[in-house]
Design a protein around this ligand. Structure first.
Ligand SMILES: O=C(O)c1ccccc1NCC(=O)[C@H](O)[C@H](O)COP(=O)(O)O
Length: 274
């Protein structure tokens, strides 16, 4: 076997490895959880309409940015050492983010539910719990830690699991961002009735990023959902190309987090190139 093939196969194992970890981790947290306390915390947070805020910003300003608080990733390792969730959240809100995405995966992204709570409490704009959702229990956790929306990754879930999680999100008053990577996954997402559909240019099985693929798929997302382009977006030229392909919202993590002043980076992206 060539070393290139070996490298590809190693990366292909990542999504399966991440999911196996989450299934075991969630089962353990759930077995030890104080459900009544989580339900009390969940009741104390009033969800802030993630899709509505994103759509409104896109309608009024042409683009809606989901600014992601991302300390590290499996593909890039440590991205930002100087990572203070509340300060970053405030800076990105002031710079014009429509909503925030906060990674809560601890093992692979160095995120946490505490980061979500801190970021959400610091801002008025809605926050997405960005994680590998595999169990309804995580939806309760999300709301209890002040999330306004959750991510559902089609590649990670069966149709029955997707439906169960989407129903749980509705019960808890949370919006859903349904993430796809190819035409078949997009058809499955359309059937689900989520408020937002995101095309991830990053193949979670191989980590390859393809802007061309994202542009092609964008034209097939119905306009009655918020159309989100995800991953690998760095410049205003990237954003303009994606707008021409039908997108109105943009999930941006690494390029903002690598900027010493993420708010300045976001302002530059939001400034029209015309
Ligand atoms: O970012 C990764 O390496 C990664 C690996 C495996 C699964 C998911 C991964 N990323 C999650 C995301 O979807 C991105 O954080 C998000 O779209 C922002 O992307 P970017 O602007 O490229 O940081």
């Amino acid at each position: 076997m060539s070393s290139a093939t070996e490298a590809a196969e190693t990366k292909t194992m990542y999504l399966a490895e991440i999911l196996a970890h989450h299934r075991a981790d969630v089962a353990e947290r759930k077995a030890n959880a104080d459900i009544a306390a989580l339900q009390r915390d969940a009741a104390a947070h009033t969800p802030r309409g993630f899709a509505k805020a994103l759509r409104a910003k896109a309608a009024s300003e042409g683009i809606g940015v989901i600014a992601e608080l991302k300390k590290a990733s499996p593909s890039k390792g440590l991205i930002r050492a100087d990572f203070h969730p509340a300060a970053l959240a405030k800076e990105l809100e002031s710079a014009g983010a429509a909503v925030l995405s906060v990674l809560t995966d601890e093992k692979f992204f160095q995120g946490s539910l505490e980061n979500l709570r801190l970021a959400s409490a610091a801002v008025k704009i809605p926050c997405l719990r960005k994680d590998f959702m595999v169990d309804e229990f995580q939806v309760l956790e999300a709301r209890a830690n002040c999330a306004d929306a959750i991510l559902l990754i089609v590649a990670a879930l069966t149709d029955a699991e997707l439906l169960t999680l989407r129903e749980a999100a509705r019960r808890y008053g949370l919006d859903t961002l349904c993430e796809v990577h190819d035409a078949e996954e997009l058809e499955r997402a359309k059937a689900l009735g989520c408020e937002c559909i995101g095309v991830n240019s990053r193949d979670l099985r191989t980590f390859e990023v393809s802007m061309d693929r994202m542009c092609e798929l964008g034209q097939h997302i119905p306009a009655n959902v918020v159309r989100v382009a995800e991953s690998g977006i760095r410049t205003r030229a990237d954003v303009d190309r994606l707008i021409a392909s039908g997108y109105e919202a943009f999930l941006i993590g690494e390029s903002l987090m690598r900027n010493e002043h993420p708010g300045e980076g976001l302002k530059q992206l939001l400034a029209s190139s015309f």
